[in-house]
Design a binder for this molecule. Structure first.
Ligand code: FES
Ligand SMILES: [Fe+2]
Length: 405
């Protein structure tokens, strides 16, 4: 391994800078050489992983983080580049990373959350969500396999048990692996047929979805839908009924019924509730039966929302969790729940939702600015936008930084 002479000083300056940046996960050190001559991982006192390399551009290219280089700032001789989404609200919250059925015992696969590559795998004891990085030479563990209830790195075969500890190094089979040969593990939970991960310390439980426990409701998972957009714009689109006659004409709205009636919005310490929003829909759910439905929306977390629309005894709910994959992409995971239409198949319901989502995606991706303006003077608002107004005010109050301006 070739180390620059000034490496210790460089490292010290980077660690000092890292300590001053709350949630720094990665940084790059600049140097004269255009190619990476060395890369090292070190842990700071705050247990954040730092990558050091001699070429920020090359580093960015390989890690797919060129956009983040715009955020780089020079600190002495070192460039600091925050490649993770470092919003404490999101770091300490739960996010969906996979459907449960996608990860059976003995299976392993990749996920990406808040700009962090994760490896997910299921041991006999349960699910693991780790940083997707082997401590030996940085290979992606998600390309590995599960053997004897251990995750085996694809490069030199190090075996990690489900605590994250390396327990076998094939090149030295009689050696006890060092204690620090341990993967960085994150909290993981399984709820509503979905796998949730938290990169920090979760402040709350996974948001509540009451219909999941209610046997009167059939549940259908839909998505995930990829948006090249940030979460707040996606959630606001989910909360918006005014676009139905234009974006979802013939499905959720009709150009002959464009008026949005008055409704009430309440903001509580737990989020937002908007009740009794009347909408005439040609096909509210994929069954093809038109109805004047009443919506109740709830914002449960900054990036998790819910609605239930009802018509007489018929109730149709959607729970929507948006995962911030990185600064550029999000995944929207939906759970549909309905207490009627037993003759409509899961596939039909999912196909209907696919159509609706495909109509929303290009609109949301086209919005500028991409960041949701929390200053209410920045865009025009109408009475019919009061759910969105409440959402923006609430995000400002709780201090969401990601996806907002
Ligand atoms: S990089 Fe994983 S065992 Fe070498
Ligand atoms: Fe929509």
């Amino acid at each position: 391994m070739q180390i620059r002479e000034d490496f210790p000083a460089l490292l010290a300056s980077i660690v000092r800078a890292a300590a001053s940046v709350g949630h720094l996960k990665m940084c790059c050190a600049s140097g004269r050489s255009a190619r990476i001559r060395d890369a090292e991982h070190r842990k700071t006192q705050t247990e954040q992983l730092i990558y050091l390399c001699y070429s920020p551009a090359r580093f960015a290219e390989e890690r797919g983080c060129s956009a983040q280089l715009g955020n780089a700032r020079e600190t002495g001789s070192a460039w600091i580049c925050v490649t993770m989404i470092d919003d404490p609200l999101l770091l300490n919250d739960w996010h969906v990373v996979a459907q449960s059925t996608a990860m059976q015992t003995g299976e392993v696969g990749p996920a990406r959350l808040l700009g962090q590559d994760l490896v997910l795998w299921r041991s006999n004891a349960g699910l693991c969500a780790w940083q997707d990085l082997c401590l030996h030479r940085g290979a992606k563990l998600s390309s590995g396999r599960v053997e004897r209830d251990c995750l085996v790195c694809p490069y030199h075969g190090w075996n990690y048990n489900d605590d994250g500890q390396c327990v076998r190094i094939p090149a030295h089979p009689s050696m006890t692996p060092p204690a620090r040969a341990r993967a960085t593990a994150y909290r993981v939970a399984e709820k509503y047929g979905l796998i949730w991960a938290c990169l920090g310390e979760p402040k709350t439980d996974v948001p509540c979805f009451a219909e999941w426990e209610d046997a009167a409701f059939r549940k259908v998972l839909a998505g995930p839908y990829l948006f090249k957009a940030q979460g707040p714009r996606i959630i606001e689109n989910f909360l918006d009924v005014g676009h139905f006659p234009f974006v979802h004409a013939g499905f959720l709205g009709d150009p002959g019924h464009t008026e949005v009636g008055d409704y009430e919005v309440e903001t509580t310490s737990d989020g937002i509730v908007a009740r009794d929003i009347g909408v005439w829909q040609p096909d509210p759910d994929g069954t093809g039966q038109s109805a004047e439905v009443k919506y109740t929306y709830r914002v449960l977390r900054p990036l998790t929302a819910y609605f239930q629309k009802s018509y007489q005894d018929q109730k149709f709910s959607i729970f929507s969790a948006v995962t911030p994959v990185d600064e550029r992409e999000s995944l929207a995971w939906l759970i549909l729940a309905l207490n009627y239409a037993s003759h409509t198949s899961d596939e039909q319901l999912r196909a209907f939702q696919d159509v609706v989502s495909r109509q929303d995606i290009p609109i949301v991706e086209s919005q500028r600015p991409e960041l949701l303006p929390l200053d209410l003077q920045a865009e025009l608002h109408l009475r019919s936008d009061r759910t969105a107004i409440a959402y923006r005010k609430w995000l400002a109050k709780i201090g969401l930084k990601y996806g907002t301006a």
